[in-house]
Design a binder for this molecule. Structure first.
Ligand code: GLN
Length: 199
């Protein structure tokens, strides 16, 4: 089975570890560059993107993350993780950096404050059957995408799921619902990216 890390600096790490295991991956927390080197793919959890950004720099893992993403490692970011994967944030806090990987502009907290969090059924391209239950918690939306990025889902006229090559991002949190279809989609991306010898 593919080994998939969850960046464990801040955020809902445990929920992603559980969802990945349910989707038949070997899931591990990743904090340090050495741990990053041992995974086939990585999940960036929900949480607070400014905190994750600062801790990634502090732990010396920001540049290694950028290098792995540039080299084609599959990555999936939810909510704050989506923000981390944006090439550009519309309204970054001072000092906030992203890893990048998707040619998109993201607006933080676009769907409102914490008490305006909500759930909605979302049709996600590539996921068969019922819509996904989208849990939106102080969620970002995607203002615009470049030519290389594919929009996978929209809600209320706003882009909430995007894929560019091996990089996947959702505004919402499938790890909180017990429905592992989005994680399975990502595990399939990781499997497809592995060289035949490692399968
Ligand atoms: N608003 C948060 C941020 O800017 C994201 C919230 C979340 O991940 N649920 O990072």
């Amino acid at each position: 089975a593919p080994v998939i890390g969850v960046l464990a600096l801040q955020g809902d790490v445990r929920e992603h570890l559980i969802a990945l295991a349910a989707a038949d991956a070997v899931a591990r927390a990743v904090r340090r560059p050495e741990e990053l080197a041992g995974v086939d793919g990585l999940v960036l959890p929900g949480g607070e993107s400014t905190t994750i950004s600062k801790l990634a720099v502090l732990f010396g893992v920001m540049e290694p993350l950028r290098a792995r993403v540039r080299a084609g490692m599959p990555v999936y970011g939810t909510c704050a993780g989506m923000i981390m994967l944006a090439d550009k944030i519309l309204d970054p806090r001072s000092g906030q950096e992203t890893i990048g990987g998707i040619d998109m502009i993201v607006r933080r907290n676009a769907f409102g404050r914490q008490n305006e969090s909500f759930e909605a059924a979302v049709d996600v391209k590539g996921i068969a059957g019922d819509p996904v239950e989208g849990v939106f918690i102080r969620a970002p939306w995607v203002e615009s995408v470049g030519a290389g990025a594919e929009v996978l889902a929209e809600h209320g006229g706003h882009i909430v799921a995007v894929r560019q090559g091996n990089v996947l991002a959702t505004s919402f949190h499938p790890e909180l619902t017990g429905d592992h279809r989005v994680h399975s989609l990502f595990v399939d991306m990781v499997r497809a990216n592995r060289t035949p010898e490692s399968l």
